[in-house]
Design a protein around this ligand. Structure first.
Ligand SMILES: [Zn+2]
Length: 219
């Protein structure tokens, strides 16, 4: 079928744009003195951009680490819930079905994610808490090194050649047990490979060897 570029773009975007890396909870936290920030500041942009699903990423800036990481993460989630409650146009979703239901009701779906496991410290139990709060996708690291592994660094000098730490491996196993998606976007190439190898062994699925040479961290 011969479709014009415009037709193809329209078809691709018919279901709306999905942005899985949006530090929305951090923005809401920074603006915590204000109310209805979602409705007044974000909704017009989401609507004009035809955004349908947002991966609302908990991300902790360096200045809060390590002491305040957990508290700020919880505050970010609290802000997302309280702001969502002020508007009919958003829904926090914890499953594919809930995303479908939100879309059918004309709402923008939020899926809570985490970029960097700094809020966990080195306490695996807290992963369960975040799961119960709605976190359904986790990237072990952002660009920096943390207790789980190493991020793909921004500099052209490359990133550390080590893969995950023992804690990082435990996080991967626990995410699989709970049903949390592991997001590979920011992890360094060695960690990326290790997670794929683990997944392959755990699930006995066959992957073609991933094209590591073409792999570039996404920011
Ligand atoms: Zn990201």
């Amino acid at each position: 079928m011969n479709q014009s570029i415009e037709d193809q773009i329209e078809r691709l975007q018919a279901g709306g744009i999905i942005d899985m890396h949006f530090d929305l909870p951090m923005d809401l936290y920074e603006k915590r003195q204000r109310r209805e920030v979602l409705e007044t500041e974000f909704l017009p942009e989401f609507e004009s951009g035809n955004v349908s699903v947002v991966g609302a990423a908990i991300y902790i800036e360096d200045r809060y680490l390590p002491e305040a990481g957990l508290r700020i993460a919880l505050d970010q989630i609290a802000r997302l819930y309280s702001e969502t409650a002020t508007s009919e146009r958003f829904a926090i979703c914890k499953s594919f079905r809930e995303i479908q239901a939100a879309r059918e009701a004309g709402k923008i779906a939020f899926l809570i994610t985490m970029e960097g496991v700094e809020p966990l410290g080195t306490d695996l139990n807290q992963l369960r808490v975040f799961y119960e709060l709605g976190v359904r996708s986790i990237g072990l690291t952002h660009a920096r090194t943390n207790a789980a592994g190493h991020g793909g660094v921004f500099a052209a000098s490359g990133s550390p050649t080590e893969g995950l730490t023992p804690f990082g491996r435990e996080v991967v196993r626990e995410c699989e047990a709970l049903g949390i998606i592991i997001d590979l976007a920011h992890i360094n190439p060695a960690g990326f490979q290790e997670i794929l190898d683990h997944d392959k062994a755990a699930n006995r699925v066959t992957y073609k060897r991933p094209p590591l040479l073409r792999y570039r961290p996404q920011y």
